[in-house]
Design a protein around this ligand. Structure first.
Ligand SMILES: [Zn+2]
Length: 465
């Protein structure tokens, strides 16, 4: 019976055992848990891999990324809209309508025995080919995050491929297949599960294999230390002083120390062993809460992932990016995920306009600012978008509708001097244009100072009730 089988049968492969005494020194020192994942002294029987169940994780993506988005120009600058030259464009024009699906795989085996976490290489290869055939671009996790930050553009429909837990077959079988397609991917590793760790069995990936992947540009990210439920008060396996492992519910300071090692210790170990920067956290089984998120954010994680699959959009929260876990017994999940982004905009026959952030176009007045005139000059610079068809430029202003804006093809500047006083306290501008066969649109809103707006009612009107 394999270790895995024993685990599935309910007999925990890690419960107790004299070999764990090797760890007792470290444990006694200061921690409750697996502080020395690189221990190599454990006999093979104790190296069983604990988790063969489908890994439902969530990776941590925190709100930091949103805070990092381009900010509107300061309010003070608004009134003097025409004063200074626009600063140099530092960020690309971001297609905010792009979508990404993230897939999560585990083991690749010729003969599937545990369809919850396994898939045959042939089925996997067919799925990778299907992405190509359907025009879905496989991008790296770091490109996805850069897009979310507004730093980089991505194609309209993308996929990110991730592998969880660190299985040898990911190195030996999946990687060569991914190379065939020219796809990159992300490995989510729980550090005790790497070969030589207390949970690393015969099928575990080795640190040397991870280093080889790293050297070839594969993204390696965190998936906890021991792959357990990270919420306080849940039953977990812990190493007691003396090496014995027992089921326990941790709370208070004991829990905090443990969870720190799971979330932060894991990151530190990966960074130190491999000399990398880790900014993603896939939460084991997707079991987390606000407290775990906070620890992860404070540790510098930029993104957290769950396994509640959903298309990732520009505004998806960074602390709950859903991945589709692909299992041999649920082939429909892959297809459903593909359909999700195939039908939700950007697909053939549905050329929705790419929405461009107004901050990229140096709009005047700037988005979110307030002006002290009801007759503002409205401007935007379309040059970052590329060659514009002058006849396609349309400027709409709330309260006025389509206005006869002028467009200078040389500078790319669209402008319109409002001639009829704006009456509302805020004004929304919608600007669209075509570049090649691509329609681009931007929206922004500015405020108009109360005092400068024309009175809505006649001057002699009695005060409204
Ligand atoms: Zn996992």
């Amino acid at each position: 019976m394999s270790h895995r089988q024993r685990f599935l049968n309910g007999r925990h492969p890690l419960s107790g055992g004299p070999s764990l005494r090797r760890k007792s020194k470290a444990v006694r020192k200061n921690r409750l848990f697996f502080v020395r994942p690189d221990l190599k002294a454990l006999p093979p029987i104790m190296r069983a891999r604990l988790f063969s169940l489908p890994c439902l994780y969530a990776t941590l993506i925190c709100s930091i990324a949103f805070a990092a988005k381009p900010t509107p120009a300061p309010k003070a600058a608004a009134a003097a809209a025409t004063a200074t030259a626009a600063p140099a464009i530092s960020k690309p024009v971001i297609d905010q309508t792009a979508q990404t699906i993230i897939y999560c795989y585990h083991r690749l085996v010729d003969k599937v025995r545990y369809p919850g976490t396994e898939i045959t290489p042939a089925a996997f290869e067919a799925q990778m080919k299907e992405l190509k055939d359907r025009g879905i671009t496989v991008i790296s996790m770091q490109d996805l995050l850069a897009w979310k930050r507004g730093d980089k553009n991505i194609p309209p429909r993308c996929a990110v491929i991730t592998f969880d837990d660190g299985w040898k077959s990911q190195y030996e079988v999946a990687w060569p297949l991914m190379k065939k397609f020219g796809y990159t991917f992300t490995m989510f590793i729980y550090t005790e599960g790497v070969a030589g760790g207390s949970l690393g069995g015969g099928q575990a990936i080795t640190w040397e294999q991870l280093a080889d992947m790293r050297d070839n540009g594969i993204d390696i990210e965190a998936h906890s230390a021991t792959h357990q439920d990270l919420r306080e008060g849940h039953t977990i396996m812990v190493a007691e002083p003396g090496g014995k492992r027992t089921k326990k519910k941790l709370s208070g300071a004991e829990y905090e120390q443990w969870v720190q090692n799971e979330v932060v210790g894991c990151k530190t170990l990966l960074e130190q062993r491999l000399g990398i920067k880790v900014n993603c956290f896939a939460v084991p089984f997707g079991n987390y809460n606000e407290h775990v998120k906070e620890i992860a954010r404070n540790a510098g994680y930029e993104a957290m992932f769950t396994v509640y699959g959903q298309p990732i959009t520009y505004t998806s929260p960074m602390d709950a990016l859903g991945r589709y876990a692909i299992e041999a017994n649920k082939p429909k999940v892959f297809e459903d995920a593909v359909k999700m982004i195939a039908t939700s905009g950007g697909g053939p026959g549905a050329p929705a306009a790419a929405v461009v952030g107004a901050e990229n176009l140096h709009t005047e007045p700037a988005d979110g600012t307030t002006v002290r005139t009801a007759l503002p000059l409205i401007k935007a610079n379309l040059s970052p978008i590329g060659q514009i068809d002058p006849a396609s430029v349309q400027l709409r202003i709330s309260g006025l509708g389509l206005v006869p804006a002028s467009f200078d093809p040389k500078t790319g500047i669209v402008s319109y001097q409002v001639t009829q006083k704006l009456r509302d306290k805020s004004c929304t501008v919608i600007l669209s244009a075509k570049s090649g066969d691509k329609k681009v649109e931007t929206h922004w809103t500015f405020g108009i100072d109360e005092a400068t707006r024309p009175a809505v009612t006649a001057p002699t009107a009695t005060p409204k009730k």
